[in-house]
Every structure is written in structure tokens, then in C-alpha cells.
Design a protein around this ligand. Structure first.
Ligand code: NAP
Length: 309
């Protein structure tokens, strides 16, 4: 049997506790050996306040998962790659496209694995939806991603700062599914972004894309949704309507809900990361981040009322 990949977690916060720790604990391909975070530790593990201190003190680390906010991922990833470690990047993989390209080149030059993880692509309905759309050409797609930021991101200052992406933090999950399931690439035609007057990142976005043949994709992202939350993608095809809901956890074809395998997203992500490390390969896909960058480049800006947590 192959020895476990010795893993360290960096940036201990909500997603580490909710998803990374249970997924790693359940996967025999990994052994968690250390963590690095300025203020937080993981019970039972040696903890360090910086990645540099951790890499120096625990040389047996094989790989790191970088779970801090995106504005701070590049420096940590570079330090890890220079120290010879494989790198799992939480989504979004960085604050800019160019810094991810720089990491991709560094990982390739050093023969290390770089994985831009997109957890929503591992929701159970996503691969069946992709297979359906490969067989039934899409005619139009609508994405509705509307949630209450106070419920899902309370007091997360970084998310409202430049590079934190605002409503694109959840919206990029939708774009990661869209770019996975559509048979042809899309590009942005128009966008309108709403910025609270006291914040650097948007609270709402309306986006219009098309593919090369003109198939329209409209997306509405909103963080002011109270009551029912929506993470839905609806596609019209000649074979009928496809609907993914709950962020890809449920799938309807022609109005009939489909039975789905129930493996959760993060166990699948770590299975994929282990495969990549064992095979000596990288998986770097920036398509969702590129669409967000395009929205910031092309989008009209509207200033809306101040947002307070
Ligand atoms: P979070 O709870 O705010 O945790 C991030 C951790 O990163 C903090 O606890 C903090 O720990 C560390 N950190 C390092 N530098 C920081 C800085 N300058 N400002 C703030 N924190 C800093 O965030 P999260 O929800 O876990 O999200 C982290 C990443 O995972 C984001 O990219 C997010 O998009 C992604 N993600 C989140 C979710 C979710 O449901 N929350 C789901 C999927 C993916 P120290 O103070 O100890 O350094």
C-alpha cells in the first residue's frame, strides 16, 4: 500500500472546520500533520503562525491545502512550491489570473502538483447534467444565485475588500458549474455590477454571456436575498428542461427529479487531489476566475446603499 500523503492545512477558518478536516480525516490517502494560521489551530496538531515557520519546522510535509482568503493565497503557494510541496488551492485560486499563471509555471518547473479546486463541480448533479447537455444541445441557460450574505458570510471583512470578490465569491461557484457542464465555451457580452457605497466589492451582478453560436446564458447574483435562497441553473434544450438546484445537489430532467449518487463535494475533491499527486500531474483551470475578471473589466458599475453586517 502507498504511504499516506502528509498534508498541512493553512488558513484555519470556516471552510477548514466545515469541510476540509472531516474530508481529510475520512481519506486514508492523507495524514494531517500540521497547520499554519495566524490566530487559529487544529486540535491535536502542531500549529504555526505562518506557513514559512511550519515548512521550516516540519520538513516531512508533502502537500498543503491553502484555505485563507484569496488575496493572501499567492505568497503561501509560492513558498510551498519553492519548498517542494504539492499545493491544493481553495476557490478562487487567487486574486488575479496572472498570479495563478505564475504558480502554474512554478509547479511545472518543479515537477509538483498544483490543483485549482472548484468544489461545486463535485456536486452530485453536475456530471449527469454535463452528460445530458452533451447529448441535448442547450438553447438557453439561466443562472440564479441569490443568498443572504448576513447568513452565509457574517463579519467576513476580506470578502468585501478588493480581491475578495463580493457576490462573486458564491457566484464563481455557479460559474465553475456552468463552465463544466456546457459543451462549448462562453464569453461575456454585458454586465452590471452593484457596489455598496462603503465597500470595494459588489453585492449584486447581472451578467449576459453567449457561446460562439449565440446560445445565451444569463446570470443573476444577489447577496440581499432573504427568505428562500436560490442556487439554481436552468437550461432549455430540444429534449426538454434541465434544472440543477441547491448548488448542483439536485437535478431535474423534463420536470422529473433524478436519483443521484450522494458523495459530498470535499471527499471527491481530496480523492482528486490524491490522484493528481500520485500521478505527478496538475489540474489548473481558471475559466471561472476569467469570467469574473471579465465582469470586472466589462461591467457597468452602479453604487447602491451602504451595507452593514
Ligand atoms: P474564513 O472563515 O474567514 O477563514 C479564513 C481563515 O484564513 C481565517 O480564519 C484566518 O485565520 C485566515 N487568514 C489568513 N490571512 C487572513 C486575512 N488577511 N484576513 C482574514 N483571514 C485570514 O473564510 P472561509 O469561509 O473559511 O473561506 C476561506 C476560503 O475558502 C475562501 O477563498 C472561500 O471562498 C473558500 N470557501 C469558503 C466556503 C464557505 O462556505 N465558507 C466554501 C467553499 C470555499 P487566521 O486569522 O488564524 O490566520
Amino acid at each position: 500500500m502507498m504511504s499516506a500523503i502528509k498534508l498541512a492545512i493553512v488558513g484555519v477558518g470556516k471552510i477548514v472546520h466545515d469541510q476540509h478536516l472531516p474530508a481529510v480525516a475520512a481519506n486514508p490517502d492523507f495524514q494531517l500533520v500540521a497547520s499554519a494560521s495566524r490566530h487559529h489551530t487544529v486540535e491535536g496538531l502542531p500549529g504555526f503562525t505562518s506557513i514559512e515557520a511550519m515548512l521550516a519546522a516540519v520538513p516531512e510535509i508533502d502537500a498543503v491545502s491553502l484555505c485563507m482568503p484569496p488575496q493572501y493565497r499567492y505568497q503561501a503557494a509560492r513558498a510551498a512550491l519553492l519548498a517542494g510541496k504539492h499545493v491544493f488551492l481553495e476557490k478562487p485560486p487567487g486574486a488575479t489570473l496572472s498570479e495563478v499563471a505564475d504558480l502554474e509555471a512554478l509547479a511545472a518547473a518543479r515537477g509538483l502538483t498544483l490543483f485549482t479546486s472548484w468544489h461545486s463541480r463535485y456536486a452530485p448533479g453536475v456530471q449527469p447534467a454535463k452528460a445530458y447537455l452533451a447529448a441535448h444541445a442547450p438553447a438557453a441557460m439561466q443562472v440564479i444565485w441569490k443568498e443572504d450574505v448576513r447568513q452565509w458570510h457574517p463579519n467576513q471583512e476580506w470578502i468585501w475588500q478588493a480581491g475578495g470578490l463580493g457576490v462573486f465569491d458564491p457566484g464563481i461557484n455557479a460559474l465553475s458549474i456552468v463552465t463544466e457542464i456546457l459543451p462549448a465555451p462562453i464569453f461575456l457580452n454585458r454586465a452590471a455590477l452593484e457596489f455598496p457605497e462603503n465597500r470595494d466589492a459588489p453585492i449584486g451582478a447581472e451578467l449576459q454571456f453567449q457561446d460562439g453560436a449565440g446560445m445565451p446564458v444569463r446570470a443573476s447574483f444577489d447577496w440581499r436575498q432573504t427568505g428562500k435562497q436560490s442556487w439554481d441553473i436552468v437550461v432549455q434544450t430540444a429534449g426538454g428542461e434541465l434544472k440543477l438546484s441547491d448548488g448542483g445537489a439536485r437535478l431535474w430532467l423534463g420536470g422529473v427529479e433524478q436519483p443521484l449518487e450522494k458523495e459530498a463535494e470535499y471527499p471527491s475533491l481530496y480523492r482528486r487531489f490524491a490522484e493528481l499527486v500520485r500521478a505527478g500531474r496538475s489540474d489548473v483551470d481558471v475559466a471561472p476566475l476569467r469570467h469574473v475578471a471579465d465582469a470586472f473589466m466589462l461591467g457597468q458599475r452602479k453604487v447602491v446603499e451602504a451595507f452593514h453586517d
